[in-house]
Design a protein around this ligand. Structure first.
Ligand SMILES: [Zn+2]
Length: 262
Protein backbone atom coordinates (compact mmCIF):
# COMPACT_ATOMS: atom_id res chain seq x y z
CA UNK A 1 0.00 0.00 0.00
CA UNK A 2 2.60 2.48 1.04
CA UNK A 3 4.76 1.19 -1.79
CA UNK A 4 2.04 1.74 -4.40
CA UNK A 5 1.96 5.40 -3.33
CA UNK A 6 5.72 5.58 -3.59
CA UNK A 7 5.65 4.02 -7.05
CA UNK A 8 3.16 6.67 -8.22
CA UNK A 9 5.11 9.52 -6.62
CA UNK A 10 6.50 12.36 -8.75
CA UNK A 11 10.04 11.60 -7.55
CA UNK A 12 9.94 8.10 -8.98
CA UNK A 13 8.03 9.21 -12.06
CA UNK A 14 10.97 11.48 -12.80
CA UNK A 15 13.40 8.63 -12.22
CA UNK A 16 12.30 5.58 -14.22
CA UNK A 17 15.37 3.55 -13.27
CA UNK A 18 14.80 3.96 -9.53
CA UNK A 19 11.09 3.26 -10.07
CA UNK A 20 11.88 0.00 -11.84
CA UNK A 21 14.06 -1.04 -8.91
CA UNK A 22 11.29 -0.24 -6.39
CA UNK A 23 8.72 -2.17 -8.43
CA UNK A 24 11.12 -5.09 -8.76
CA UNK A 25 11.79 -5.17 -5.03
CA UNK A 26 8.16 -4.78 -4.04
CA UNK A 27 6.90 -7.58 -6.35
CA UNK A 28 3.16 -7.35 -5.55
CA UNK A 29 1.86 -4.48 -3.44
CA UNK A 30 -1.53 -3.69 -1.98
CA UNK A 31 -3.12 -0.88 -4.01
CA UNK A 32 -5.49 1.35 -2.03
CA UNK A 33 -6.07 3.81 -4.84
CA UNK A 34 -9.73 4.73 -5.38
CA UNK A 35 -10.30 6.04 -8.92
CA UNK A 36 -12.77 8.81 -9.67
CA UNK A 37 -14.05 7.10 -12.78
CA UNK A 38 -13.42 3.65 -14.19
CA UNK A 39 -14.01 2.09 -17.57
CA UNK A 40 -13.63 -1.70 -17.70
CA UNK A 41 -13.49 -3.13 -21.21
CA UNK A 42 -13.93 -6.87 -21.72
CA UNK A 43 -14.83 -9.31 -24.49
CA UNK A 44 -17.72 -11.37 -23.08
CA UNK A 45 -20.75 -10.66 -20.88
CA UNK A 46 -19.34 -12.34 -17.74
CA UNK A 47 -15.64 -11.51 -18.17
CA UNK A 48 -15.44 -8.47 -15.92
CA UNK A 49 -17.13 -10.31 -13.05
CA UNK A 50 -14.53 -13.08 -13.23
CA UNK A 51 -11.58 -10.75 -13.75
CA UNK A 52 -12.32 -7.77 -11.53
CA UNK A 53 -15.86 -8.01 -10.10
CA UNK A 54 -14.65 -7.59 -6.51
CA UNK A 55 -12.47 -4.61 -7.42
CA UNK A 56 -15.19 -2.79 -9.39
CA UNK A 57 -17.60 -3.31 -6.52
CA UNK A 58 -15.00 -2.13 -3.97
CA UNK A 59 -14.25 1.01 -5.98
CA UNK A 60 -17.98 1.67 -6.55
CA UNK A 61 -18.68 1.41 -2.81
CA UNK A 62 -15.97 4.00 -2.26
CA UNK A 63 -17.39 6.53 -4.70
CA UNK A 64 -15.93 5.62 -8.12
CA UNK A 65 -18.18 5.94 -11.15
CA UNK A 66 -18.05 2.57 -12.89
CA UNK A 67 -18.77 1.91 -16.57
CA UNK A 68 -18.28 -1.39 -18.35
CA UNK A 69 -18.01 -2.06 -22.07
CA UNK A 70 -18.53 -5.54 -23.49
CA UNK A 71 -17.29 -6.09 -27.03
CA UNK A 72 -19.23 -9.25 -27.99
CA UNK A 73 -22.76 -10.45 -27.34
CA UNK A 74 -21.55 -13.80 -26.01
CA UNK A 75 -23.65 -15.55 -28.65
CA UNK A 76 -21.47 -18.68 -28.68
CA UNK A 77 -21.31 -19.12 -24.92
CA UNK A 78 -23.05 -22.48 -24.73
CA UNK A 79 -22.16 -26.14 -24.98
CA UNK A 80 -25.58 -26.97 -26.46
CA UNK A 81 -25.95 -26.73 -30.27
CA UNK A 82 -29.75 -26.57 -29.85
CA UNK A 83 -29.83 -23.22 -28.05
CA UNK A 84 -31.35 -20.51 -30.26
CA UNK A 85 -28.70 -17.81 -30.77
CA UNK A 86 -31.05 -14.87 -30.30
CA UNK A 87 -32.42 -16.42 -27.12
CA UNK A 88 -28.90 -16.84 -25.79
CA UNK A 89 -28.04 -13.21 -26.58
CA UNK A 90 -31.18 -12.05 -24.79
CA UNK A 91 -30.48 -14.29 -21.79
CA UNK A 92 -26.94 -13.03 -21.51
CA UNK A 93 -28.10 -9.41 -21.69
CA UNK A 94 -30.48 -10.02 -18.81
CA UNK A 95 -27.75 -11.76 -16.83
CA UNK A 96 -25.45 -8.78 -17.36
CA UNK A 97 -28.14 -6.42 -16.14
CA UNK A 98 -28.68 -8.34 -12.91
CA UNK A 99 -24.97 -8.60 -12.33
CA UNK A 100 -24.37 -4.88 -12.99
CA UNK A 101 -26.95 -4.01 -10.36
CA UNK A 102 -25.19 -6.18 -7.79
CA UNK A 103 -21.76 -4.73 -8.54
CA UNK A 104 -22.93 -1.10 -8.71
CA UNK A 105 -22.03 -0.68 -12.39
CA UNK A 106 -23.74 2.52 -13.47
CA UNK A 107 -23.31 2.24 -17.22
CA UNK A 108 -22.92 -0.58 -19.70
CA UNK A 109 -21.90 -0.17 -23.34
CA UNK A 110 -22.56 -3.20 -25.54
CA UNK A 111 -20.73 -3.43 -28.86
CA UNK A 112 -22.44 -6.68 -29.90
CA UNK A 113 -19.69 -8.08 -32.11
CA UNK A 114 -20.10 -11.82 -32.68
CA UNK A 115 -18.46 -14.00 -30.04
CA UNK A 116 -15.09 -15.30 -31.29
CA UNK A 117 -14.86 -12.70 -34.05
CA UNK A 118 -12.51 -10.19 -32.43
CA UNK A 119 -9.35 -9.49 -34.41
CA UNK A 120 -6.99 -6.55 -34.25
CA UNK A 121 -7.97 -5.48 -37.75
CA UNK A 122 -11.78 -5.67 -37.52
CA UNK A 123 -12.89 -2.55 -39.38
CA UNK A 124 -13.62 0.31 -36.99
CA UNK A 125 -13.06 -1.70 -33.80
CA UNK A 126 -9.91 0.06 -32.66
CA UNK A 127 -11.41 3.48 -33.37
CA UNK A 128 -14.63 2.60 -31.54
CA UNK A 129 -12.63 1.77 -28.40
CA UNK A 130 -10.66 5.02 -28.66
CA UNK A 131 -13.92 6.91 -29.14
CA UNK A 132 -15.47 5.28 -26.08
CA UNK A 133 -12.47 6.18 -23.90
CA UNK A 134 -12.59 9.76 -25.16
CA UNK A 135 -16.34 9.96 -24.46
CA UNK A 136 -16.23 8.40 -20.99
CA UNK A 137 -12.92 10.09 -20.04
CA UNK A 138 -12.10 7.65 -17.19
CA UNK A 139 -9.01 8.17 -15.05
CA UNK A 140 -8.68 4.38 -14.78
CA UNK A 141 -9.15 1.65 -17.37
CA UNK A 142 -9.29 -2.08 -16.65
CA UNK A 143 -8.92 -4.77 -19.31
CA UNK A 144 -7.43 -8.25 -19.86
CA UNK A 145 -3.64 -8.62 -20.01
CA UNK A 146 -3.07 -9.27 -23.74
CA UNK A 147 0.28 -10.95 -23.11
CA UNK A 148 -1.21 -13.87 -21.16
CA UNK A 149 -1.64 -16.84 -23.48
CA UNK A 150 -1.12 -20.02 -21.43
CA UNK A 151 -2.15 -20.53 -17.80
CA UNK A 152 -0.47 -23.73 -16.65
CA UNK A 153 -1.50 -26.83 -18.59
CA UNK A 154 -5.24 -26.44 -18.31
CA UNK A 155 -6.25 -23.12 -19.81
CA UNK A 156 -5.41 -21.31 -23.03
CA UNK A 157 -6.57 -17.71 -22.94
CA UNK A 158 -9.44 -17.03 -25.36
CA UNK A 159 -8.40 -15.01 -28.40
CA UNK A 160 -11.23 -12.52 -27.79
CA UNK A 161 -9.66 -11.75 -24.39
CA UNK A 162 -6.19 -11.27 -25.88
CA UNK A 163 -7.43 -9.10 -28.73
CA UNK A 164 -9.54 -6.98 -26.38
CA UNK A 165 -6.53 -6.45 -24.13
CA UNK A 166 -4.27 -5.49 -27.00
CA UNK A 167 -6.74 -3.02 -28.49
CA UNK A 168 -7.40 -1.40 -25.12
CA UNK A 169 -3.71 -1.18 -24.23
CA UNK A 170 -3.07 0.48 -27.59
CA UNK A 171 -6.01 2.82 -27.08
CA UNK A 172 -4.66 3.90 -23.68
CA UNK A 173 -1.16 4.34 -25.00
CA UNK A 174 -1.46 6.24 -27.28
CA UNK A 175 -4.64 6.03 -29.36
CA UNK A 176 -6.92 8.02 -27.05
CA UNK A 177 -4.34 10.44 -25.68
CA UNK A 178 -2.82 11.66 -28.94
CA UNK A 179 -5.08 14.00 -30.92
CA UNK A 180 -3.43 13.04 -34.20
CA UNK A 181 -4.59 9.45 -33.76
CA UNK A 182 -8.22 9.04 -34.82
CA UNK A 183 -8.94 12.77 -35.17
CA UNK A 184 -12.64 12.10 -35.84
CA UNK A 185 -13.12 10.09 -32.64
CA UNK A 186 -13.52 12.95 -30.16
CA UNK A 187 -11.30 15.09 -27.96
CA UNK A 188 -8.14 13.32 -26.84
CA UNK A 189 -8.01 11.97 -23.29
CA UNK A 190 -5.18 10.57 -21.19
CA UNK A 191 -5.96 7.58 -18.98
CA UNK A 192 -3.97 7.82 -15.75
CA UNK A 193 -4.02 4.21 -14.59
CA UNK A 194 -4.31 1.01 -16.54
CA UNK A 195 -5.04 -2.24 -14.69
CA UNK A 196 -4.51 -5.50 -16.57
CA UNK A 197 -6.39 -8.46 -15.14
CA UNK A 198 -5.49 -12.16 -15.24
CA UNK A 199 -1.88 -11.15 -15.71
CA UNK A 200 0.98 -13.60 -15.42
CA UNK A 201 3.05 -10.74 -14.01
CA UNK A 202 0.81 -9.02 -11.44
CA UNK A 203 2.35 -6.20 -9.42
CA UNK A 204 -0.61 -4.87 -7.43
CA UNK A 205 -3.48 -6.38 -5.47
CA UNK A 206 -6.81 -4.76 -4.58
CA UNK A 207 -8.43 -5.73 -1.28
CA UNK A 208 -11.83 -7.30 -2.02
CA UNK A 209 -12.45 -8.71 1.45
CA UNK A 210 -15.64 -6.65 1.76
CA UNK A 211 -16.90 -7.33 -1.75
CA UNK A 212 -16.06 -11.00 -2.42
CA UNK A 213 -19.67 -11.94 -1.61
CA UNK A 214 -20.93 -9.51 -4.23
CA UNK A 215 -18.51 -10.87 -6.80
CA UNK A 216 -19.84 -14.39 -6.16
CA UNK A 217 -23.43 -13.16 -6.28
CA UNK A 218 -22.77 -11.32 -9.56
CA UNK A 219 -21.21 -14.44 -11.08
CA UNK A 220 -24.23 -16.46 -10.00
CA UNK A 221 -26.37 -14.12 -12.14
CA UNK A 222 -24.74 -15.64 -15.22
CA UNK A 223 -26.77 -18.83 -14.95
CA UNK A 224 -26.30 -19.69 -18.65
CA UNK A 225 -22.57 -19.94 -17.95
CA UNK A 226 -22.28 -21.24 -14.41
CA UNK A 227 -25.41 -23.42 -14.12
CA UNK A 228 -27.54 -23.83 -11.05
CA UNK A 229 -25.39 -25.97 -8.81
CA UNK A 230 -23.19 -23.28 -7.44
CA UNK A 231 -21.23 -24.56 -4.48
CA UNK A 232 -18.16 -25.18 -6.67
CA UNK A 233 -18.33 -21.60 -7.94
CA UNK A 234 -18.32 -20.07 -4.49
CA UNK A 235 -15.44 -22.31 -3.41
CA UNK A 236 -13.26 -21.73 -6.46
CA UNK A 237 -13.75 -17.94 -6.42
CA UNK A 238 -12.99 -17.80 -2.70
CA UNK A 239 -9.89 -20.01 -2.95
CA UNK A 240 -8.46 -17.90 -5.79
CA UNK A 241 -9.17 -14.66 -3.93
CA UNK A 242 -7.62 -16.12 -0.78
CA UNK A 243 -4.42 -17.05 -2.63
CA UNK A 244 -4.27 -13.55 -4.12
CA UNK A 245 -4.94 -12.04 -0.69
CA UNK A 246 -1.91 -13.83 0.77
CA UNK A 247 0.28 -12.02 -1.77
CA UNK A 248 -0.68 -8.63 -0.36
CA UNK A 249 -1.53 -9.44 3.25
CA UNK A 250 -5.33 -9.24 3.17
CA UNK A 251 -8.07 -11.87 3.39
CA UNK A 252 -9.23 -11.67 -0.24
CA UNK A 253 -7.77 -9.82 -3.23
CA UNK A 254 -7.72 -9.52 -7.00
CA UNK A 255 -4.33 -9.07 -8.65
CA UNK A 256 -3.42 -6.86 -11.60
CA UNK A 257 -0.51 -5.58 -13.58
CA UNK A 258 -0.72 -1.81 -13.24
CA UNK A 259 0.60 0.96 -15.44
CA UNK A 260 0.86 4.57 -14.35
CA UNK A 261 0.37 6.41 -17.63
CA UNK A 262 0.12 9.98 -16.38
ZN1 LIG B 1 -14.53 -14.44 -21.85
Amino acid sequence: MVLSGIIASPVLKANPHLRRVVIWISVIVLDKYIPESVLAIYAHPDDCEVACGGTLSHWGENGSQIAVAVLTSGDKGTSSPDVETNDLIETRRNEMESSAEILGIKKRVLFDHPDGSLRLDVAGLEESIVKLIRQERPDTVVCPDPSALFYGQRYINHRDHRVTGELVVDACSYGASSPKYFPDAGVSHTVKNLFLSASLEPDVGVDISNTLAKKVQALKSHTSQVGNSLEWLEDSVRIRAEEAGKEVGVLYAELFRKFYLA
